[in-house]
Design a binder for this molecule. Structure first.
Ligand SMILES: *[C@@H]1O[C@H](CO)[C@@H](O)[C@H](O)[C@H]1NC(C)=O
Ligand SMILES: *[C@@H]1O[C@H](CO)[C@@H](O)[C@H](O)[C@H]1NC(C)=O
Ligand SMILES: *[C@@H]1O[C@H](CO)[C@@H](O)[C@H](O)[C@H]1NC(C)=O
Ligand SMILES: *[C@@H]1O[C@H](CO)[C@@H](O)[C@H](O)[C@H]1NC(C)=O
Length: 278
């Protein structure tokens, strides 16, 4: 009769109703029995009833398969019933993991190797236990695919320059997706973008060529400025004949100071006049 009643009660239950009051009459009987058992064997059983949860943990208690009302318990000390209750501890601290290097094809058809770091924590322990088998593994896999998806829509230049923005859009995408699992993705960082060797070489050659071209332009400009200055100087000298004479003596002076073993025969400037006509 007891069995029949229990079965009827279970059949009548609404499977979607999630309150702990509907563990059924036989459920309550079992719970009472368990309490009685605990009281009878008190000094020994007390060790099985007391549970301690650390500051950063929460405990999800299942009584006869249903999550207890109020969701996650803790931190601190609380009692459970032996036999009818079981519990799962959930760590609420921030967890980090590396996204393994992903070979991604960018929008402009370049393969790059990208890796990163993800910081997340469990925000709602009930959802992290009840909604998904292994929240950690699920988040890892999702981070990998999200990295590929996000980078696939960017050009190489954008990947190299907009890391901040890419990390931010990855974080919001991941966070939206993990909401159902009670997980909050706090931060995503792109660690390294590795280019293929050939592309590295090509980019280095390009940079070198452009630097060389710039150097040539600067040298040519300097030459132009120098020749312009020289022309101005010659105009000034041509204005007065004695200026050339002075310049001539100055040159002799310089030579005498620098190479004092050289003997110079000065030629009067008037003799050069014949050549300077043209
Ligand atoms: C966790 O999620 C459950 C189900 O959505 C909700 O009832 C509960 O209030 C949430 N707990 C916290 C701490 O937000
Ligand atoms: C997760 O749990 C919440 C509340 O219990 C529910 O609304 C949601 O649909 C669940 N999501 C998944 C993916 O199971
Ligand atoms: C040449 O002269 C121009 C203007 O006089 C100046 O702006 C430029 O910097 C000079 N170039 C070099 C290489 O000195
Ligand atoms: C020639 O110059 C050198 C240094 O350049 C100096 O040591 C030497 O004494 C000079 N000779 C004369 C004769 O001035």
């Amino acid at each position: 009769i007891f069995d029949l009643y229990c079965n009827k009660k279970l059949l009548a239950e609404n499977p979607l109703d999630n309150s702990d009051s509907d563990i059924g009459l036989c459920g309550w009987l079992l719970v009472l029995l368990s309490m009685l058992l605990t009281l009878v064997t008190l000094p020994v059983s007390i060790w099985m009833c007391i549970k301690i949860v650390k500051e950063y943990e929460r405990a999800i208690i299942f009584r006869l398969g249903r999550i207890l009302k109020g969701g996650a318990k803790g931190p601190g000390l609380f009692f459970i019933l032996p036999c009818t209750d079981s519990l799962i501890n959930v760590d609420m601290r921030t967890i980090t993991f590396d996204i393994p290097p992903q070979e991604v094809l960018t929008k402009d058809s370049v393969t790059v190797n990208v890796d990163g770091v993800v910081y997340y924590r469990v925000q709602n322990a009930t959802l992290a236990v009840a909604n998904i088998t292994n929240a950690d593994a699920a988040t890892r896999l999702l981070a990998q695919t999200t990295l590929r998806n996000v980078l696939g829509t960017k050009n190489l230049a954008e990947i190299l320059s907009d890391r901040e923005e890419i990390a931010h859009s990855m974080q919001s995408t991941l966070d939206d997706a993990t909401d159902d699992w009670g997980i909050k993705v706090e931060r995503v960082e792109i660690k390294d973008v590795k280019l293929p060797i050939q592309l590295q070489r090509a980019m280095a050659a390009e940079a070198e060529a452009s630097r060389e071209a710039r150097a040539k332009v600067i040298a040519a400009e300097g030459e132009m400025n120098a020749s312009r200055a020289l022309k101005e100087a010659s105009l000034v000298i041509a204005e007065s004949p004695s200026a050339l004479q002075l310049r001539y003596l100055q040159t002799l002076n310089t030579i005498a100071a620098e190479k004092n073993s050289t003997i110079i025969f000065p030629v009067p400037m008037d003799m050069m006049q014949a050549f300077m006509k043209h």
